[in-house]
Unconditional design. Sequence first.
Lengths: 115, 112
Amino acid sequence: DAMVIQNPRYQVTQFGKPVTLSCSQTLNHNVMYWYQQKSSQAPKLLFHYYDKDFNNEADTPDNFQSRRPNTSFCFLDIRSPGLGDAAMYLCATSRDPAGGQETQYFGPGTRLLVL
Amino acid sequence: QKEVEQNSGPLSVPEGAIASLNCTYSDRGSQSFFWYRQYSGKSPELIMFIYSNGDKEDGRFTAQLNKASQYVSLLIRDSQPSDSATYLCAATNSGGYQKVTFGTGTKLQVIP
């Protein structure tokens, strides 16, 4: 089945220790998104890639970086995690927003715990 | 600032009843609207999307859109305990459909 996959599902890291979260998709969608979601809050968009074109949100901290080496994979790097970065990180994809196919499909998420 | 507003709930309905979830949005240029279901600790799952004014039905779910009033709703008929979850409303942003704005969600509890 075509899908959005995130690894790992749970990640524990230490304060200040870099961590990388992974997302892959078999949907061949053009756009990949990274969201941060904290308890009882809306998903907050961190950045997205439209093909190779990177789009950062103005309020995304510099501590968060992303890479998309190919169509299928996208990574979220947190350079120096703080306690406030503990959250669920959601990857989503959409096929072609410019062509009217803007529905976003989510992966299962990675829950990050910072000790 | 583009906003999508939802009552956080919880909305409690008895099993078999109709659950009505509401959402308003501030961006008049929003064209597409989405309802996602999110179980506790899980990721959002798409329930329905709607583009045109009026009603759209899919099984037990009906989405309603009124662009003049900037109002979207989701009706769940014959509510089941398995429908208990948080329902997120989302709207595309005007000026580019690459992004959507999410509401904070309404928590629905279906009482057996």
